[in-house]
Design a protein around this ligand. Structure first.
Ligand SMILES: [Zn+2]
Length: 281
C-alpha cells in the first residue's frame, strides 16, 4: 500500500478508536536528540571513551561495573540520567496527547525506554508501563531489600574518563545504589515496580475488553522485539489495529498499518490526516 493510503487509514482508525495503546522503543527518543545505541558505532559516537576501551553497549550496560568499579558504572548511568533530565520531549508526544484529549481516547503507554520521557511530556505515571524499569528510580546493588526510591541524585561525570564524581548510596544499608533498570546479564534487578505497572496495564486491558482499540508503535526495532510482539498480539482481535511507525523496520503483519518514517515524522504526517478528517466532521 502507498504511504498516502496508509496515512489516511491510520487517521481513520485513530478517529474511530475508543482506546489507544502507545508502545515505544529506542526510536521514540531519537527525535528528541537522544543517542541511538544500535550497533557499536552508534554507541561509540555517543560515548567515544568506550571506543578507546573497546567496550560495547552490552558490555557497558552491565551491573558488574557497579560491583567492580562504582565510579565507572555510575559514569555511564550518571551521564544518561543527566542527559534524560535535560531532554525536551519532541512534538510527537504532544500530538499523542492532543489525540487522547481531542478524540476522548482512553490510553496506556508501554515503553522499553528507561528515560522517563513520557512522564516528562505530561503522561501520568498510572498510565505507563516501563518494561525495563526507569533511570529515575534507584535500588540497592546487593540488593539488601525490595526498596525502590526516586533518583534525586546529582551525579557529575567526567566525559573524558566516564568516571562519576559522586556515587549514590543505598538509603537502607549505605552500600552502592544502582538504577532500577534491567541491564544485560542482570540478576539483581528489582522488578516489583515494573510488576506493579504490569498489573495496572492488565487491569486497564480487562476494563476495556471489546472496545475499538488502536496500537500505535513507535521506533521499536527487531533487535529486542518485546514491544513489537506485544502490539502484534493485541492486533489479533478484529476490533484492534496496529499502526507500526519505524524508519527501517516498518514491515507489519497482514491487515495492519505500516508507516516507514521516524516517530515524530510519522506522527506529524498522520496528524495532518486526523485534522482533515475532523474538519470534515
Ligand atoms: Zn542496601
Amino acid at each position: 500500500m502507498e504511504l498516502e493510503q496508509q496515512l489516511s487509514r491510520a487517521a481513520a482508525v485513530i478517529k474511530n478508536a475508543e482506546v489507544i495503546i502507545i508502545t515505544a522503543g529506542a526510536g521514540m527518543g531519537v527525535d528528541s536528540g537522544l543517542p541511538d545505541f544500535r550497533g557499536d558505532h552508534g554507541f561509540w559516537n555517543a560515548y567515544p571513551m568506550y571506543r578507546h576501551l573497546g567496550l560495547s553497549f552490552v558490555q557497558a550496560a552491565n551491573p558488574e561495573h557497579f560491583e567492580r568499579n562504582p565510579a565507572f558504572g555510575w559514569g555511564f548511568y550518571g551521564h544518561r540520567t543527566n542527559l534524560y533530565r535535560q531532554t525536551v520531549p519532541h512534538e510527537g508526544f504532544n500530538i499523542l496527547k492532543k489525540w487522547i484529549a481531542g478524540l476522548g481516547l482512553d490510553h496506556f503507554v508501554v515503553t522499553s525506554n528507561v528515560d522517563g520521557q513520557f512522564q516528562k511530556a505530561g503522561f501520568s505515571d498510572e498510565s505507563i508501563l516501563e518494561v525495563h524499569g526507569s533511570i529515575h528510580h534507584l535500588q540497592c546493588l546487593s540488593p539488601c531489600s525490595d526498596l525502590i526510591w526516586d533518583n534525586r541524585e546529582e551525579v557529575p561525570v567526567d566525559f573524558d574518563t566516564m568516571r562519576a564524581g559522586h556515587i549514590p548510596k543505598c538509603v537502607k544499608c549505605g552500600g552502592v545504589a544502582r538504577p532500577n533498570i534491567l541491564m544485560f546479564g542482570d540478576f539483581s534487578w528489582l522488578s516489583i515496580r515494573t510488576r506493579g505497572q504490569e498489573r495496572g496495564f492488565d487491569e486497564f486491558m480487562t476494563d476495556h475488553a471489546g472496545k475499538r482499540l488502536v496500537v500505535i508503535e513507535l521506533g521499536a526495532g527487531t533487535a529486542i522485539p518485546t514491544i513489537r510482539y506485544m502490539g502484534e498480539r493485541m492486533a489479533v482481535s478484529d476490533r484492534a489495529t496496529l499502526i507500526r511507525i519505524n524508519p527501517r523496520e516498518a514491515q507489519s503483519p497482514p491487515g495492519q498499518i505500516s508507516i516507514s518514517a521516524g516517530a515524530m515524522e510519522g506522527l506529524k504526517m498522520i496528524n495532518i490526516e486526523v485534522d482533515r478528517l475532523k474538519a470534515e466532521g
